[in-house]
Ligand binder design. Structure first.
Ligand code: SAH
Length: 255
C-alpha cells in the first residue's frame, strides 16, 4: 500500500508565515524529514517521528522519505521558504524519475511557502513589481561560467535579479564577482537590497548602491535583490526608503 509524501514549505522562519495548508500537512504526518535546522522549526507532535539530515544529503533524504511513504507512511518533508525554489521539491522529483516504480505510486503533494525573495521584497516596497528573475550563486550543481553568463544576460535584459545562496564558506568571493559582472551593464547607483534572516530573529535589511555593495557583509542566510535600471528609491521622512520597480517600462527603453 502506498502512502503519502507532502513536501512542505515553511516560509522564511517565523510561524506566522506558515500557511494553513502547511500546518495541516504537518499535523497529518506520522514522520517528518528535513535538513536539521528546518526540522527544528517544526513543533514536535506526540507520535510523530523526526528524521533530520545534513544539508548536502538532498537525494538521500528524498529517497529515505519516498521509501517511508511507499511503505504506507504519511510523511512530510520540510523545506525553508518554498520547497520548489532551490529546494527539496526538485530533489524529490529527480529521485522519483530515477528511482524504483514504487516511488511513482506515492501520493505526492507540494505545499507552497513564502520564498525568501518575496519576503524581502515585501519589507522594502515592491522591487519585484516588474519583470524579474532568480539566480542561485551556488556552483555545487552547475559551473560558475554558466552563472556568469546568466547574470550578464539578466542584467542586459533589464531583469531585477534575486540572488539566492550568495556566499558560503567554500565560496567567499562569488557575490563580489557577481556584482562586478552586473556592474558592467548596470549603473553604479543601481539599488541593491540585502536581507539577512528575513522573517525571523536577527532580521537585518540594508539598501545600498551597486558600486558599494561588495563591501556589505553577506552569509548563507542572506538574500540579495539587485535592481534594474528602472528600480527607484523613494526617500521618506523618518522612515526607511521605499524601493520599487514601476509596473511599466518606458517606450523605447531597451532594458
Ligand atoms: N527554498 C528556499 C531557498 C533555499 S536556498 C526559499 O524559498 O526561500 C537557500 C538560500 O535562500 C539562502 O542562502 C538565502 O539566500 C535564501 N534564504 C532562505 N531563507 C532566507 C531568509 N529568511 N532570509 C534571507 N534569505 C533567505
Amino acid at each position: 500500500m502506498s502512502g503519502r509524501l507532502a513536501i512542505v514549505g515553511l516560509g522564511p522562519g517565523d510561524p506566522r508565515y506558515l500557511t494553513a495548508e502547511a500546518e495541516a500537512a504537518l499535523a497529518a504526518a506520522e514522520a517528518v524529514y528535513g535538513y536539521g535546522p528546518y526540522l527544528d522549526r517544526v513543533l514536535p507532535r506526540p507520535g510523530q517521528s523526526r528524521h533530520p539530515s545534513d544539508n548536502r544529503e538532498e537525494l538521500a533524504r528524498a529517497g529515505a522519505a519516498l521509501d517511508h511513504a511507499s511503505r504506507g507512511g504519511a510523511v512530510a518533508m520540510v523545506s525553508g521558504g518554498d520547497p520548489g525554489v532551490f529546494a527539496m521539491a526538485a530533489a524529490v522529483c529527480e529521485a522519483i524519475e530515477a528511482g524504483p516504480p514504487a516511488w511513482r505510486a506515492v501520493d505526492l503533494a507540494v505545499v507552497p511557502g513564502i520564498t525568501a525573495m518575496l519576503a524581502l521584497a515585501a519589507r522594502v516596497g515592491a522591487p519585484l513589481g516588474h519583470d524579474f528573475c532568480a539566480v542561485s550563486l551556488s556552483d555545487n550543481l552547475k559551473p560558475w561560467a554558466l552563472i556568469e553568463r546568466r547574470l550578464k544576460a539578466a542584467a542586459e535584459a533589464g531583469f531585477v535579479i534575486a540572488l539566492y545562496n550568495p556566499v558560503s564558506k567554500a565560496r567567499p568571493s562569488q557575490l563580489a564577482s557577481a556584482f562586478e559582472i552586473l556592474g558592467r551593464d548596470l549603473p553604479p547607483a543601481t539599488p541593491v537590497i540585502f536581507g539577512r534572516a528575513v522573517g525571523r530573529d536577527g532580521e537585518r535589511i540594508s539598501i545600498l548602491e551597486l558600486a558599494e555593495a561588495a563591501e556589505e557583509p553577506a552569509d548563507m542566510a542572506t538574500l540579495v535583490i539587485v535592481g534594474s535600471v528602472a528600480t527607484r528609491v523613494v526617500a521618506r521622512p523618518g522612515r526607511a526608503p521605499l524601493v520599487y520597480t514601476p509596473r511599466s517600462a518606458a517606450p523605447g527603453l531597451s532594458r
